[in-house]
Structures are given as C-alpha cells and as structure tokens.
Design a protein around this ligand. Sequence first.
Ligand SMILES: [Zn+2]
Length: 232
Amino acid sequence: MERDVVCLVDGNKHLYDRGAYLWTLRPSIVNRIRRDYPKARNQDFICFEHLLPYQVEMIQSMMRSDEKQIDKLNRKLTRTMEDQEYRVTDVNETLKETQTFGQKIADRVAEIAGSWGFIIFYIIVLVGWIVINGLHVFGITFDPYPFILLNLFLSCIAALQAPVIMMSQNRAAYRDRMSSENDYHINLKTEEELRILHAKMDHLMQHQFDHNLEIQAMIFEILSEIRITQKK
Ligand SMILES: [Zn+2]
C-alpha cells in the first residue's frame, strides 16, 4: 500500500487518515511532541493513538494555568483587603477614646454657649440686672449706674469663654483632619481593590474565555479522531 505512512513514535505503518502531520497540528502540541522526540520534523506523521496523550496533556495544562492565575489574583485581593497599611478607623470611636475630661467639658460648654437658649438667658439676666439697679425696683441697688460690677462679670465670662471655645474648635478641626485622612485611606484601598477586580475580569474575559473555546475545539478534534480510528 503506497499510501501508508510511518508514525514517528514507534515506526508502525498507518493509513494516512489515521493520524496527522505535525505541520497541521497546533504549535503548542508540536512543541510537546518535540520535547519527547527532538528529531521530529514538520512533515513527520503521528498516529491518533499516540497523539491523544499530548492533546489531553495540553488541555490539562491550560486548565491548570487558568486556575493558577485566578488563584494568584484572589490571593492578591485578599492581601489588599487585609493590608494594615490602609488604616481604616472609626473616627468617632477613636476621638471618644482619646478625649480627656477637660476636653469633654470644653465641648459641652461650647455647645451650650453657642445655643439660642443661652443667648436668650444672657439677655434676660442683663436686662434684669439693668432694670433692678437702674429703676430701683424692689428698692435695692447693689450695682448703681454705670453698672461697674456687671462690667466686671461680663469681662470675666468673655475672658473664660474665648479659650474654651477655641479648645472646642481645635477638637473639631482635629476630627475633620482625621476623618479626611480616613477617607483618603478608604479611597486608596477601594482603588486598589477595583484595580485587582479589573485584572480579574480582564483575565476571565480575555484568557479564560479564549482558553475555554480552544479546549472545546480540541475536544471536538479528539472526538472526531476517535470516530475515524474506530471506523475500520
Ligand atoms: Zn503511533
């Protein structure tokens, strides 16, 4: 039979449709065959029976490499989420923990002094003082016009109030700074996570998808080869 060809693996003779020439195969499979048979040339022939293990090996290695890649990305994602470098803290909780007794009082005083209730109370006391001493209501005058004692009290209150309010404002500024720093870290972390997710998506879309198609194509090839081999 002049159509007989020789398999490069064991030298047995086959019909030319019971195998394939190397130049018709995928380069990745040819490389695997050359790894075992370095002398194999492109016009050499391999029977389906000996070709099958290389095809299976090829499919398995593609699946393994996909798994490995996804694993790598997942590990990276987990590491980022656990990374202490992105110090995400509860600002209010931290502030409460570091607050001293004096600061607590300063906050409370600033809160009260900045309310309408306090302003109205202040006006009532002032007007009452002036009316009692100016018009001699109840027949007593403990601070006659021009109300020097009242002036003294007002100066004292003003002198105390200013630093207390400033203390409270410093606290507020500190809290703002902390919370904006926190936001910055959260943004950084989110960005990094997004970046890795993108890489994962890209990998899935570009490589995994292509690999799946290629694997399916190879399985169809193997199926048709099996059918040809059984057709004696
Ligand atoms: Zn063979």
